[in-house]
Design a protein. Structure first.
Length: 205
């Protein structure tokens, strides 16, 4: 009797082990590892998903950002500029320079060469286009000093930011590339907040 019970126990244990072993392969197949090639294909698809509105927007915003960086550089080289305004100029330059490089890489990926400095005279000749300053506006900023320079910088940058927000809103309606559309959303959010900040600074100077 004792021998029979032992034999039954061994049989049950063996069956349990066999069932457990059979279950393991099924668990492994439930969550297959992601295929790196598939991930690369998804990335290429996202990068390649663009239209003419994306190209026009990114090309224009590169030029727009470049002028914001130039205006910030001018203010930061001005003697006796208001410290808060100077700090804002630093922030604008630090935020927009990396975005310029990012947008240039998008254009290259899309098969479009970014315009070099000096190739965007149409946006600079008269100023006012999408908030762009004219060469005369930049010369006025460069010749100003102290609080006058700080006030002029804020006045010009508020107009400049308003132009960027308008460009971004138009792009959201017409663009297609997910990354470029996300940038537009960030431009609207960040620069709208900076417009409010600059208006408060302007009132206190």
């Amino acid at each position: 009797m004792k021998t029979k019970l032992s034999a039954v126990a061994v049989s049950v244990f063996a069956a349990s082990v066999a069932l457990t072993a059979c279950g393991e392969p099924n668990q492994d197949t439930e969550e297959p590892a992601e295929d790196p090639a598939a991930q690369d294909e998804q990335t290429e698809t996202a990068n390649g998903d663009f239209n003419d509105a994306d190209v026009a927007y990114v090309s224009g915003m590169i030029v727009h950002h470049e002028q914001a960086v130039e205006m910030s550089d001018i203010l930061l080289q001005t003697d006796d500029a208001d410290p808060e305004v100077a700090a804002l100029a630093e922030d604008i330059r630090a935020a927009q320079q990396p975005e310029i490089e990012q947008m240039q890489s998008w254009l290259e990926t899309w098969g479009h060469e970014p315009d070099g400095d000096g190739d965007h005279g149409d946006m600079l000749d008269d100023g006012g286009h999408d908030g762009m300053m004219s060469e005369e506006d930049l010369a006025d900023l460069e010749s100003a000093e102290g609080d006058e320079a700080s006030r002029l910088f804020l006045d010009q940058m508020i107009i400049h930011h308003e132009g960027a927000v308008s460009m971004a809103e138009d792009h959201l309606d017409a663009g297609q590339n997910p990354e470029a559309l996300e940038l537009s959303e960030n431009v609207i959010s960040d620069q709208s907040a900076e417009i409010e900040e600059m208006e408060e600074m302007r009132d206190s100077l």
